[in-house]
Design a protein around this ligand. Structure first.
Ligand code: PBG
Length: 331
């Protein structure tokens, strides 16, 4: 390649048409999965403290929003329940109830919009009094005892009509165990999106408020199962194991501070990689967005989202999904 002055890369940036023509990566509604927080009741739209423009909604509202989101081109919704504290126990047994809030939410989405993909979190934290993702035996989150429950939870949700189960608990061996359980129960078509590289992150703080009763929910120390943010090689081992155990797609979480992990996994493995732009990163962006005029807000959000595509992601779970899909359809 000749250098300056023969080569002038600014030439291509001078016009809208050439900027558009030379665009390497785009993010569009079909690349987005919309995480939503649900609660019991009717006609409930509760703002969530610390999560700007995100609501906790009842199932009637969910049905309506699912329909709208699908029309805007969003292919899938991920459900996160706020479980009534009276239904929580040490072993998270409500996760296995066939009429729990998540099961009814799956049905509500499917009856409003049968084509909308439904992703459900496989982990026990919304259902346990202690807030851990697994069950505790002898003072520790017991890996193999938790697997037994996670398998049943996945089957419960598959039976309710969920398309994709997303184990987010980071127990060893759970993808293989869930795949075997689903297959044995006849759910061979249900996909597994594994939270394969999930880090013990401070960026989950607003989420934990969203799924629990009070404001500032206590932040659990999940370092005995979630990954050390300092590690990258270990993420590749986690992903390799999950692929071997039968994951259909893998996820890296959080998103933006871990773009290196995304790029590395895309280069190393031939499997779709998703990112979860988690609650804390969403809120960091919102805090800047609130100081900007509206067109600049969308530019900011799009800049953050396209970084995932540039890193090689197939898609992104983002609380911005609805807003961006709406904006995408308007422009
Ligand atoms: C729970 C779960 C968490 C998130 C998704 N599933 C929190 C956690 O692991 O403590 C976080 C998502 C977010 O912060 O937006 N298994």
């Amino acid at each position: 390649m000749p250098g300056y002055p023969v080569t002038r890369l600014r030439r291509g940036r001078m016009n809208m048409f050439s900027r558009s023509m030379l665009t390497e990566n785009t993010i569009q509604p079909s690349n987005l999965i919309w995480p939503v927080f649900i609660t019991e009741g009717q006609n409930i739209v509760e703002p969530i403290e610390g999560l700007t423009n995100v609501d906790r909604i009842s199932l009637d509202i969910l049905a309506h929003r699912a329909k709208m989101a699908y029309r805007l081109g969003i292919p899938a919704i991920a459900i996160f329940p706020r479980i009534d504290p009276a239904l929580k126990d040490d072993d998270g047994s409500n996760a296995l109830a066939s009429d729990n809030l998540v099961c009814r939410a799956i049905a509500a989405i499917k009856s409003a919009e049968p084509e909308m993909g439904v992703v459900v979190d496989i982990a026990l934290d919304p259902f346990t009094t202690h807030g851990h993702d697994g069950i505790i035996r002898g003072g520790v989150v017991d890996n193999d005892a938790s697997l037994e429950v996670l398998i049943k939870q996945a089957i419960n949700y598959a039976r309710s009509g969920s398309d994709i189960v997303a184990p987010s608990d980071m127990m060893d061996g759970r993808v293989g165990a869930i795949r075997a359980g689903l297959d044995e129960a006849g759910f061979t078509q249900v996909m597994i999106m594994s939270y394969a590289a999930k880090y013990a992150s401070s960026l989950y703080a607003p989420f934990r408020t969203a799924v629990s009763a009070g404001a500032l929910a206590e932040i659990k120390d999940k370092t005995s199962y979630q990954m050390n943010p300092a590690n990258s090689d270990e993420a590749m081992r986690e992903i390799a194991l999950d692929i071997k155990e039968g994951a259909d797609f893998i996820m890296v979480k959080p998103g933006m501070p871990y773009l290196d992990i995304i790029r590395r996994s895309v280069d190393q493995f031939n499997i779709p990689v998703f990112a979860y732009q988690v609650s804390g990163e969403y809120q960091m962006i919102q805090s800047l967005a609130s100081t900007l005029p509206e067109d600049k807000q969308n530019a900011l959000i799009m800049e953050m989202l396209v970084s995932f595509k540039r890193a090689g992601c197939t898609g992104v779970l983002s609380y911005f999904a609805y807003q961006i899909a709406e904006w995408w359809n308007e422009t």
